[in-house]
Design a protein around this ligand. Structure first.
Ligand code: NAD
Length: 476
């Protein structure tokens, strides 16, 4: 460091040095191959389960402090779902880790082909604040099960949960295997200067771009789980009550602060009035006459987001619309007759506002969806298979859920991830998490007998003809 470096520069360099040491410690540990055996991975997964069980009350308390999450939401969407996924990994990992047999074309006989899934090495997992447990530890399970070491960077915007997770990981794991680095932009920027073997980022599109650029500097493979607007199409052929209840549940989960939240509704004009009446009815049933008294609605994470969301409330507000800045609370709000020029349609809402767009022709809805960035999730409420197929066939999105909200991401049997600018790239959940954090290494083993002499020089026409013949008949 130069003699003339400012105190800030010296502090930044010292911190970078610390980060470099943390990464190097993990790399040294990874290079011992200790993380590779099945027994090690299972033991660590069990340890994480034990840690989460012990820390469950503290995690619930922290989630309430950060987001006023109800115990029900904290348990079911953050803690319980993560613990259930740990069990899924423990149960299946032995089978998943087995090298996969592949066919060996005749041209390469006698021989065998296998696909090995091997860990990348030191992985970095960066998480957002909205589901600060699930969105951090979900990817971490993939990293652990694939045999990587993990550096976690929780969000500084949910500090209580970040602190409890750090305390838990510090207590249960050695830093050369798993460590939490807390902090905001400066810390993450320094972290990203290090060379990782895999980077997994969950967050907004703009920060995703920064992370991708940092990873590209080291040519590090990367998964980006981003956000965007998730449209919901409501056709006429539905169960009205269940549709209304599921839409409200999907919108109000974490007060709309979910990447797979219902962003806006496209409702068939023939059913619109009835659907709105049902939504209003169930909002009252779920949250009472005065939603401000409900303990089942989360608060908005920060003043910045509170102001951003309340600023979107304009136009035909047909339900709700009130808010309390001190508690950062916004009541469930419905805006009717929304057009693309409304503020609420300009960006991901990430709050409890439900805009309604009426349609008569499904092709218009599909055109509007295709005119925007590909959604992370697309929802269709319809019992008409032709309509379901048409929407799936003529649009693209990270995932689709028919007649339900978000459940496609909750199952460990489907990949969860986005596509393109808004949703991101790559996926995880169950097997897909294990696969994402694994390098797919093809291994071919040949016998010494049956050697093809024609492949060796000196070449002549007959050798070439033989190779052409063999390639035509035995390569495919
Ligand atoms: P964010 O992008 O602001 O922050 C995510 C992480 O990046 C945090 O840990 C933060 O500390 C870090 N970060 C922030 N600025 C940074 C910078 N300049 N350089 C490096 N790192 C930086 O996202 P958020 O506000 O925490 O979360 C909300 C967004 O995340 C929404 O867009 C939402 O849709 C998306 N999201 C996506 C998923 C998914 O699975 N696809 C899940 C949850 C949230």
């Amino acid at each position: 460091m130069s003699e003339t470096a400012t105190l800030e520069e010296k502090a930044a360099n010292a911190a970078t040095g610390n980060m470099a040491r943390v990464v190097q410690k993990q790399r040294d540990f990874f290079n011992t191959h200790a993380t590779k055996p099945l027994e090690f991975r299972i033991k660590q997964l069990k340890r994480l389960k034990e840690a989460m069980t012990a820390y469950e009350p503290k995690l619930i308390e922290a989630l309430n402090k950060d987001l006023r999450k109800s115990e029900m939401e904290a348990w079911s969407t953050e803690i319980g779902v993560t613990v259930a996924e740990i069990d899924h990994y423990i149960k299946n990992l032995g089978r998943w880790m087995k090298p996969e047999r592949k066919a060996t074309p005749l041209f390469f006989q006698p021989g065998t082909s296998r696909l090995y899934r091997e860990p990348f090495g030191v992985s970095l997992v960066i998480a957002p604040w909205n589901f600060p447990v699930k969105n951090l530890l979900g990817p971490v399970l993939g990293a652990m099960s694939a045999g990587n070491t993990v550096i976690m960077k929780p969000s500084e915007i949910s500090p209580a949960t970040s602190g409890v997770i750090k305390q838990m990981i510090d207590e249960y794991f050695a830093p050369e295997y798993m460590v939490v680095i807390e902090g905001g932009v400066p810390e993450t920027t320094e972290l990203l200067q290090q060379r990782f073997d895999f980077v997994f980022f969950t967050g907004g599109t703009e920060i995703g771009r920064i992370v991708y650029q940092a990873a590209a500097k080291h040519l590090t493979p990367c998964t980006l789980e981003l956000g965007g607007k998730c449209p919901t199409i409501v056709d006429t052929d539905i169960n009205l009550d269940i549709t209304a209840k599921r839409i409200i549940w999907g919108k109000m989960l974490n007060a709309g602060q979910a990447c797979v939240s219902v962003d806006h509704l496209f409702v068939n004009s023939k059913i619109k009035d009835k659907l709105i009446a049902k939504i209003k009815h169930y909002l009252k049933e779920f949250y009472g006459d005065d939603p401000f008294q409900s303990t089942d609605i989360s608060s908005i994470i920060s003043d910045k987001h509170f102001n951003r969301i309340t600023n979107m409330i304009e136009g035909d507000v047909i339900h709700g619309g009130k808010s309390d800045a001190e508690r950062r609370f916004i009541e469930p709000t419905i805006i009717d007759n929304v057009t693309p020029s409304h503020k609420v349609m300009q960006e991901e809402i990430f709050g409890p506002i439900l805009p309604i767009i009426t349609y008569d022709n499904l092709d218009d809805v599909i055109s509007q969806i295709n005119a925007g960035e590909k959604p992370l999730a697309l929802y269709i409420f319809s019992n008409n298979k032709k309509i379901q197929d048409k929407v799936i066939n003529e649009t693209s999105s990270g995932g689709v859920c028919i007649n339900e909200i978000t459940m496609h991401m909750a199952t460990t049997e489907l990949p969860f991830g986005g596509v393109g600018y808004s949703g991101g790239m790559g996926s995880y959940n169950g097997w897909y998490g294990f696969d994402t954090f694994s390098h797919k290494r093809g291994v071919m083993k040949k016998a010494f007998f049956g050697d093809v002499k024609q492949k060796y020089p000196p070449y002549d026409k007959s050798k070439l003809n033989f190779i052409k013949f063999a390639a035509k008949w035995f390569l495919g």
